[in-house]
Design a protein around this ligand. Sequence first.
Ligand code: FAD
Length: 478
Amino acid sequence: MMSPPRTLVWFRGKDLRITDHGPLVRGLAEGNVIPVFVLDPYFFDPHRAQDLPHRIQFLLESLEELARVIASLGSTLICLQGKSVEVIPRVAEAWNVSRVLAHRWVEPFGRARDRQVARALRVPLELLEGETLHPPGTLRTGSGSPYSVFTPFSRSLRREAAIARPLPAPSTLPPVPSQALREHRPPPSLSELGICRNANLQPGGEQAAHKRLQQFLSRGLGRYGTGRDHLGQDATSRLSADIKFGTLSVRSIWWAVADRQQDCCHESVERFLTELIWREFSYSSLWDRPNLLKSPFRSSWTNFPWREDAAGWKAWAEGRTGYPVVDAAARELIATGFVHGRARMITASFLCKHLLIDYRQGEQHFMKYLTDGDWAQNNAGWQWSAGSGCDAQPYFRVFNPVAQGEKFDPEGAYVRRWLPPLAKLPSRYIHKPWAAPSPVLEAAGVCLGKNYPHPVVEHAFARQRFLDAAKAHLKPSP
Ligand SMILES: Cc1cc2nc3c(=O)[nH]c(=O)nc-3n(C[C@H](O)[C@H](O)[C@H](O)COP(=O)(O)OP(=O)(O)OC[C@H]3O[C@@H](n4cnc5c(N)ncnc54)[C@H](O)[C@@H]3O)c2cc1C
């Protein structure tokens, strides 16, 4: 009797779940599956891993849970050591699989890896959609080109995308063959990688992700429309790391929220769905323009006269610029691996515009510490903030960090949480301690230059310096 076809289901770190997992469901429908994860040195070499400590922590926790769930269903998640481009073709041959199924990645290095793997395999590598709501690279303007403006992209997605309902998790899985079991190597621990565990990070894994989603649906979604920009309120979903590592699929979040249309504030639901479409826009843009990770979207920004400013950089990265909302964001990042979305915009703008430091330096720093650090999303956020990106903030809009703080953190709750030396300052000075009279500073225990710095640069001067540089560099050639 012929044995059923055997599929290698390749989990790749952006789909660490069993619910709504297309490759797993498809493989099972047609025969046996061997679930595999590759501990590729591209991420798991200790030197590489130490450069992304928070993402590695979240990933290892998620991987551990995935392995536990797969085991409880009767199978084994086989972890393999080595480069994907060598390991996958080798085991596919040794285990006699009829194909390899995985989710498609949009990043240029992921696409190059997949092309190499496909070339080395003797069986097909099939890449399924699932990382985005709609396949990247498919929505086109009337003239057939990729969108570079968000609103028409969003309209087109809402008109054309048939967003699939999430697939159920399998209730059992077939056992893997013994030759696969022999190859299994347990993933390294954090300490083996030389990383200290950060207890303030969100816990990884599919179960914690579902809990976060449920909490958001019951407590956050109703206030999302009005509260999402407020730094001191807990009104956003905090699902970005789950989306990044795929502990929840983006379409399952889409439907969980869209289905609340009837019993929740319409504006909140719409606003949230629009944010998910912003993510689609980042992914689509990177798919169509793989160079974005290296160069500005607008070519006029090439060779922009960014400054070398080691002292300014250090002050920004360590949260010592003297602008409380900017410093609070820097502290939140290092402490928790997360930064509120509004604070990301303010602090990124400050680095590029006030300090005139290359957005790529900030982009790299965020990628090091953000648990949700995502190539497409982070690059889009930084290019938006600098002014060089697709549908970016125009260069001449320079956020005033004091005004932004006063608008989005009026009582200073966010600043007080992350900058304890300022905790006792009255709200009217919390975003500009240098303006407080000496007795007020003294009563609050603030000693400028000692326990909180003077501003590294004056706002009006910095604004003008950036505008002069940008106008001179971006002026149309005669
Ligand atoms: C400089 C900068 C860097 C950023 N880097 C990243 C990154 O590395 N990874 C990342 O996931 N997001 C990034 N963002 C986008 C956004 O700030 C975060 O997705 C959001 O703050 C995450 O919090 P949340 O899940 O509570 O968001 P919510 O407000 O609850 O939004 C839900 C989801 O919608 C998407 N989303 C929300 N806002 C945006 C946005 N402005 N652009 C694109 N998608 C959005 C995210 O997937 C988010 O998880 C960045 C933004 C900026 C300005």
